[in-house]
Design a protein around this ligand. Sequence first.
Ligand SMILES: *[C@@H]1O[C@H](CO)[C@@H](O)[C@H](O)[C@H]1NC(C)=O
Ligand SMILES: *[C@@H]1O[C@H](CO)[C@@H](O)[C@H](O)[C@H]1NC(C)=O
Ligand SMILES: *[C@@H]1O[C@H](CO)[C@@H](O)[C@H](O)[C@H]1NC(C)=O
Ligand SMILES: *[C@@H]1O[C@H](CO)[C@@H](O)[C@H](O)[C@H]1NC(C)=O
Ligand SMILES: *[C@@H]1O[C@H](CO)[C@@H](O)[C@H](O)[C@H]1NC(C)=O
Ligand SMILES: *[C@@H]1O[C@H](CO)[C@@H](O)[C@H](O)[C@H]1NC(C)=O
Ligand SMILES: *[C@@H]1O[C@H](CO)[C@@H](O)[C@H](O)[C@H]1NC(C)=O
Length: 378
Amino acid sequence: MKMLDGCWRRCVVVGLRLLLFLPAGLPVRSQGDSNNKQMDNITVRQGETVFLSCSQGDFVTHTAWLNRSSILYAGEDKWSVDPRVSLVVLNQAEFTIKITDVDLMDEGQYTCAVQTVSRPRTTSVHIIVQVPPKIVNLSKDLVVNEGSNVTLMCLANGKPEPAIVWRMQSSSDDGLSSETEVLEIPFITRQRAGTYECTAVNDIAVDTQTVELTVNYPPSISEGRDVGVTLGQRGVLLCEADAVPEADFEWYRDDRRIFNDFDGIAIEDSDAFSKLIFFNVSETDYGNYTCFATNKLGSANTSILLYEVIEPTSSTLLQVETASVLEMTSSDLKQRAFENNELWEGPGAVQDGNSGTSTVFTPTCLLLIILLQLLLKF
Ligand SMILES: *[C@@H]1O[C@H](CO)[C@@H](O)[C@H](O)[C@H]1NC(C)=O
Ligand SMILES: *[C@@H]1O[C@H](CO)[C@@H](O)[C@H](O)[C@H]1NC(C)=O
Ligand SMILES: *[C@@H]1O[C@H](CO)[C@@H](O)[C@H](O)[C@H]1NC(C)=O
Ligand SMILES: *[C@@H]1O[C@H](CO)[C@@H](O)[C@H](O)[C@H]1NC(C)=O
Ligand SMILES: *[C@@H]1O[C@H](CO)[C@@H](O)[C@H](O)[C@H]1NC(C)=O
Ligand SMILES: *[C@@H]1O[C@H](CO)[C@@H](O)[C@H](O)[C@H]1NC(C)=O
Ligand SMILES: *[C@@H]1O[C@H](CO)[C@@H](O)[C@H](O)[C@H]1NC(C)=O
């Protein structure tokens, strides 16, 4: 019996080696030998379990499952040392084994060889293993200077071979997308800073990863607005700068640097702007101030004038009261008075120097308006 077994093994191995090393492109089933069958391919995902089954028959004496030319199971005897391979059923009707945790290496031809009293017969099946896409090499988050040429790279594995798509999140600009592993952005501008997304897709799944692209540029400073303040009031000069990385601010009066918390002055910095705050403006504070915004790529400056606004006199106060009486008599005049007065907010208010000088009503002017109002009534 042992000797017979040994012979059977040799026969199967030799016989199947011959069968399986037939020239490629010549399917087993077209040999004219109806005892060699090719089953449909089995497609299985990496990590899953696959069952291999073939039918037996009453006159079967020996039977085996082979992976290419090596025997996995000969009857109930396990020949494979692979723990993932195990016997499921072996009876008169079927011979089924299973392979768990299938991997790419397992792809290929598996054959069930059956020896009957009359002649041997084989059934072959091709296992195809699919692997979900996985991005394996992606550009790191990048910090570049404006004007640089940027290349982003995304490499992915998978079976079938995944398709790669690059795009910029929250942008419909076609120049920022690509259907290849490499996305090239020549002469990058600050508008093209942001999050870029690489997607790898195949029949079975999608993998997506992102790259953060930071574009540095030197500060650009918005034109300073001169500020008018009444003596003894609070005054604030504002300096705004757009820069990446964020700018550092410095304030100067002529050539003298101004420091925080010095001489009734405070400097308040935030991401994009700096405030020079005078708690109580004195005569000597009026003048020309310069703000510098600097980052590692450069610097910008603007000059802002702090100028005096004379506190409203008692005559202008009287005018406000009269004007409010007029409001009730004529809506038209109310409108005009309102328009002329809108910049004037009361004693000690801060005036905006860039909007020109506001009209100040004089009593004579008021008299004229009242007269006009009376004339209109007749
Ligand atoms: C089975 O898979 C092989 C290898 O990928 C392929 O050449 C063959 O055409 C497939 N056969 C069928 C029936 O899909
Ligand atoms: C099938 O054979 C290949 C090549 O020898 C091997 O790498 C793979 O692990 C085998 N698979 C099983 C399930 O035996
Ligand atoms: C990723 O790609 C870069 C550029 O081709 C290469 O230098 C690097 O070795 C790759 N890294 C890995 C892990 O494949
Ligand atoms: C960017 O690429 C252009 C050509 O595409 C080249 O002329 C230029 O020198 C490159 N700039 C840098 C900074 O490499
Ligand atoms: C502002 O300074 C003047 C002169 O030093 C002083 O008389 C006045 O009380 C101060 N006002 C406030 C609000 O601190
Ligand atoms: C303020 O100072 C800057 C630089 O010191 C100078 O360029 C600018 O002309 C001055 N502005 C006025 C209104 O004097
Ligand atoms: C201030 O900015 C102007 C351009 O707005 C520039 O010409 C000048 O050189 C700058 N001043 C300094 C001291 O950097």
